[in-house]
Design a protein around this ligand. Structure first.
Ligand code: SF4
Length: 219
């Protein structure tokens, strides 16, 4: 089976498993999604969703964030980890959006990654979810699972993104990444993947390798 066939099988199985593919961060506007994604670095989406309602109520607009101090923003996001850096980035990002981009959120990876604290993962999420462009969000679930499946062979997010961009049909890539997150929480977890109930076990490189090893050990 070629990698493209393996990818097509994975896409179909995950579509079947999770018909609704959407980001698990709660956000009503592109700016809120951008901020929530920045907060999600080294933090769970569930934790981010707990803090953002009060944060967005206190700072309802781009201007409110841009006029705030990092200390004021930091008070609302303490439990997200690295909150001082994140608060500084959020304020600086909103100032740049206001002063350089006229209040608009850019729609390209190149422009988005110029914003303070915005890396390729966040930029891809915005391009995909806000602008409907082909995007690959190479987060921890994506890197782990596509590696196990044999679609990618690196732990480096940029390399994984590029490898997947070559394999996934552009119109499917964004939803695939959202589904992979759900799959990574439910079945292909980091510590104890549920291979025995996994719809991808037949095409999974990791599962086949493990099965071969146990067979050899029995013989
Ligand atoms: Fe993950 Fe196991 Fe499924 Fe492979 S077979 S994708 S390792 S759960």
């Amino acid at each position: 089976m070629t990698q493209k066939q393996r990818a097509a099988t994975a896409i179909a199985a995950l579509e079947n498993l999770y018909p609704q593919a959407q980001c698990s961060l709660t956000a009503d506007t592109p700016l809120q999604l951008l901020i929530a994604t920045r907060l999600s670095a080294q933090c769970t989406d569930a934790r981010v969703n707990l803090v953002t309602p009060a944060l967005f109520a206190r700072f309802p607009t781009l201007e409110a964030f841009a006029d705030a101090t990092p200390e004021e923003v930091g008070e609302y996001i303490r439990s997200c980890g690295l909150y001082k850096t994140k608060a500084k980035d959020i304020v600086a990002m909103c100032q740049m959006l206001r002063d350089v981009y006229g209040g608009h959120i850019p729609d390209t990876i190149e422009e988005l990654t110029k914003l303070p604290g915005v890396g390729r993962k966040t930029a891809n999420l915005i391009c995909g979810d806000v602008y409907g462009k082909p995007a690959v969000v190479a987060d921890t679930h994506c890197i782990r699972i596509t590696g196990r499946l044999g679609l990618t062979d690196s732990k480096d997010p940029h390399k994984v993104e590029m490898q997947l961009k070559r394999l996934l049909p552009p119109e499917k890539s964004n939803a695939f990444c959202h589904r992979v997150v759900l799959f990574g929480r439910d079945i292909c977890t980091a510590r104890s993947p549920q291979c025995e109930r996994c719809p991808l076990s037949a095409v999974c490189r990791e599962n086949n390798r493990t099965a071969k090893t146990s067979k050899t050990n029995v013989q």
